[in-house]
Ligand binder design. Structure first.
Ligand SMILES: NC(=O)c1ccc[n+]([C@@H]2O[C@H](COP(=O)([O-])OP(=O)(O)OC[C@H]3O[C@@H](n4cnc5c(N)ncnc54)[C@H](OP(=O)(O)O)[C@@H]3O)[C@@H](O)[C@H]2O)c1
Length: 330
């Protein structure tokens, strides 16, 4: 009954003009920012490949110091040395598997303990899996990496970010949040009952991240900290390569035919992290650098509140021996 009411509410809110805007924006180029960023600190997850790698290089080329959160130590160290040699900036790393709750918490605590300000925090690490895979904590992997890791880390950073009174948090999200057109299955975020598919789990994880953004935006209110989500373009990366030979064939021969270079993603993530033109804007969804209306379920504040409570529990904050996690004043 309640679900039917929600569906009616969402259906009423869908606008053809939003879909037309998305189609238009998908073909556009990002706005560029040519300002330097020397000496500033950028934290980025998943900088070993694809969008994260291109973005890390873009910030380093403009003088930023980097702290990369990567899971593969060998690749991570090679990339940090490459960046330091090529651009003369500081590039350090934290090795973490962001599908694991203990790693999410340890990253959050280490970032919270830094004695310098984080100027830009980019939650980029992500994965696309056509089959349901459970993490060591019994979570569904796409949900854990694409959504829960950003939730846990941001949650542990609220105080630090508010105290430093500056900083831009960027969530590398996706137009694919629209693949969950009727909202989240809040009673089954782990896909144990509902039928799993790659598109559904990926779309739902991205939708969950957009809903969490609404609450983080409220928690940052009154400070100069901003949080925004960005669709980084449809670009050629390693995404989905863990899905077997048939998927890789489909991806390279069909799906990616019109995909673009990760340069556009890096341009957009640099613009949103640095440009004075977006100073103070928060809680928004961008397609590259164009403001866009996300799907109606992504604006559902009631669902956002329920999701927050469930995420605290799934994210390991409910444990009486663990950290308490921040509750908004709803
Ligand atoms: N490509 C697109 O067209 C597109 C479109 C919309 C949104 N996105 C989003 O863009 C982001 C980046 O994806 P991409 O396309 O650049 O894919 P990618 O080339 O596969 O890069 C993903 C990055 O995330 C890291 N990662 C994956 N699982 C991780 C884990 N458990 N713990 C820590 N790091 C992990 C990967 O590390 P390894 O090198 O160790 O694998 C890699 O550095 C994702 O959030 C994705 O959903 C991409």
């Amino acid at each position: 009954m309640r679900r039917n009411k929600k569906l009616r509410q969402y259906i009423k809110a869908y606008r053809l003009s939003d879909m037309r805007a998305m189609a238009r924006n998908n073909g556009a180029n990002p706005r560029l920012c040519n300002d330097g960023f020397a000496g500033r600190l950028v934290v980025i997850t998943g900088a070993t490949a694809g969008i994260g790698y291109a973005t890390a290089r873009m910030y380093a080329a403009r003088g930023a110091n980097l702290l990369c959160i990567n899971r593969n130590a060998e690749k991570s160290q090679a990339i940090c040395r490459e960046i330091e040699t090529e651009f003369g900036v500081r590039c350090s790393d934290i090795i973490a598997d962001l599908s694991r709750l203990d790693d999410m918490h340890s990253v959050g605590h280490r970032l919270a303990g830094l004695n310098e300000s984080i100027d830009v925090l980019i939650h980029n690490a992500g994965t696309y899996l056509t089959r349901r895979v459970e993490t060591v904590d019994g979570l569904e992997t796409v949900f854990a990496v694409n959504y829960l890791s950003s939730f846990v880390i941001n949650n542990l950073l609220i105080e630090k970010l508010r105290d430093q009174d500056r900083g831009r948090v960027l969530l590398v999200n996706s137009e694919a949040h629209r693949f969950a057109p009727w909202g989240l299955h809040l009673n089954d975020l782990n896909w144990t009952h509902y039928r799993y598919s790659g598109l559904r789990s990926y779309g739902s994880a991205k939708l969950a991240q957009l809903l969490s953004m609404l609450t983080f935006d409220e928690l940052f209110a009154g400070s100069k900290v901003t949080i925004n989500a960005v669709h980084p373009g449809a670009v050629r990366t390693n995404s989905g390569n863990d899905n077997g030979a048939f998927y890789r064939w489909f991806k390279s021969k069909i799906l990616e035919r019109k995909f673009r270079s990760t340069d556009i993603s890096a341009d957009a993530l640099y613009y949103l992290g640095v440009s004075p033109e977006v100073e103070g804007i928060s809680g928004k969804f961008y397609n590259l650098t164009t403001l866009e209306n996300p799907s109606p379920p992504a604006l559902d504040r009631v669902a956002a509140r329920e999701l927050w409570k469930i995420s605290l529990s799934l994210g390991g904050f409910a444990d009486t021996h663990g950290p308490s996690g921040t509750q908004p004043n709803h």
